[in-house]
Design a protein around this ligand. Structure first.
Ligand SMILES: [Fe+2]
Length: 218
């Protein structure tokens, strides 16, 4: 019968966002090979797996699943969906040659005010990044409650992640982000990443977070 057995999609699917530059645009700091494996392998994998898990969740919700492991589904979703979201920020936080340079705008003012100088900020950021145990991320976050900037680390894709602290700047420290080129010299990769930062993108993200904070105060 028409209309029967038409499965309604409960969740929208996720998509791999386009890279804002070519795979070789970050050379020599990050090689084309790394970018290929990282973007077309890892990030694409997070998106594909997230969508598969969303499908499985739908079978649980509409009770068409025979047996299922709800913890497995939710844990997988937490890992893969966060992986997708964080990588989407990371690509845009770096830029090809004409997008790099020193920070300006409000982010520069806030860094200078809170960390006393860009050099001091860089020192604390690098110390944080270089002390991260295992794999994860180092980030600069904006606190929508009081306007503080915070340098933070996330272990894996999700541990320590706090809601209400939107990410302004982000560094991927999973081995897949640097090992092909830097081997165990993670600090050299952190140095290289600093040279690639697209501060305009960080400023844009900061303004978005500030606007959001303004909305919440109304
Ligand atoms: Fe990554």
């Amino acid at each position: 019968m028409e209309g029967q057995n038409v499965k309604k999609e409960l969740f929208k699917k996720y998509e791999l966002p386009p890279l804002p530059y070519k795979l070789d645009a970050l050379e020599p700091y990050i090689s084309k090979d790394i970018m290929d494996v990282h973007y077309n392998g890892h990030h694409k994998g997070y998106v594909t797996t997230t969508n598969k898990l969303v499908d499985r969740l739908e079978t649980v919700i509409d009770q068409s699943a025979g047996s299922y492991d709800i913890q497995g589904i939710v844990r997988g979703l937490t890992f893969n969906l966060n992986g997708h979201k964080l990588h989407s920020l990371y690509w845009n936080n770096m830029g090809e040659e004409n997008k790099r340079g020193a920070p300006g705008g409000q982010i520069a003012d806030m860094i200078n005010k809170q960390y006393k100088s860009l050099d001091n900020f860089k020192r604390v950021l690098f110390e944080t990044a270089n002390s991260l145990p295992g794999t994860g991320w180092t980030t600069l976050n904006y606190d929508v409650e009081n306007g503080n900037l915070h340098i933070m680390t996330y272990e894996n894709h999700f541990m320590n992640q706090i809601a209400e602290l939107p990410i302004v700047l982000i560094l991927d420290e999973f081995e897949h982000a640097y090992y092909l080129q830097y081997k165990n010299k993670r600090a050299d990769y952190v140095d290289a990443w600093w040279k690639l930062i697209n501060w305009e993108d960080a400023e844009k993200r900061l303004q978005k977070a500030i606007n959001r904070a303004g909305l919440e105060k109304k």
